[in-house]
Design a protein around this ligand. Sequence first.
Ligand SMILES: [Ca+2]
Ligand SMILES: [Ca+2]
Length: 314
Amino acid sequence: MKPFIAFFLLAGFISLQSCKSKNKIIWQIGNADNSSAEFSLAPNEYKRFLEKDFGWEDRFFLVGQSEIKSDFPYVLPGPSDEWGGTWSTAGWRSHSINILFGIEKLPKNGEWKLIVDLLDNNSEKLPVFKIIINGKSWKYEFPEGSGNNSIEDSTSSGKEFLIEIPIDNKLIKAGGNEITLATIQGSWVMFDQVRLEGPGNARLMDNTEVFLRNVQAANYEIETPSGKAQPLLIDIEHLSGKPKLNILLDGNEIFAETIETGRYIFEAPMPAVATSTKSKYEIRIDGKKLQSGKIVPHYTGKYGPKKNNLMKMH
Ligand SMILES: [Ca+2]
Ligand SMILES: [Ca+2]
């Protein structure tokens, strides 16, 4: 091998190594210590799961805001657990935990990994677990658990099941991200830790008044006083206060609203354009920039009829 080729190979190898070593923990929920003690309802109050309103689709754990001790249960029941709300008269109920997090700075390249470290699971009715990351899903069938009834007794040892999912950089978004953990079959699982690893230069967003779940152009049109428009859909979750939301397109305000409670999907009308050029949107909360990006309004008049002007979700 010629020396200069060897040099480039070596240089490539070193830069790859240094990239990898820069990975860090972006967030972690709990500690990897083979214990569930840090979570809500631990060590054995699983029967209060329903009373605490856990497991519902609209409930979420927001990284940086929610508290493990009150907002993340040590156990997630499966559809075959009566204490999780499955009765002969009520039908089966599956359960989920939604983890929300905002990425302020998303590197162009990076290796991400989600680690779901389970402490134990039911030994008889084996759980089937689904993990959804920004709409893409993975399914896991659990092996037998320890059989030690660890759900009731914090001193008994469990049987670890470790899930590691490498995530494509393209699946992570600048702005709002969502990971859902759900039991879709069988019985309960218990948590030791959930964590996300990613590139060292990625940065988490601070969310105090709102959490911006998603921004995208709609594939339908709406009527406005100044003609037809294509909505920019703003999926936003209220957290605190009564912040003012302003949406600008290429420097012009196209939408303003006060955010008071719950989750909203707003339609900010983007005026029709003759040619599809990239526009810049900016989302402001109380006058401060929350997020900006490029969008291609591709209104051509071919989209379907108007839908709801405002959808409020609970
Ligand atoms: Ca563990
Ligand atoms: Ca733990």
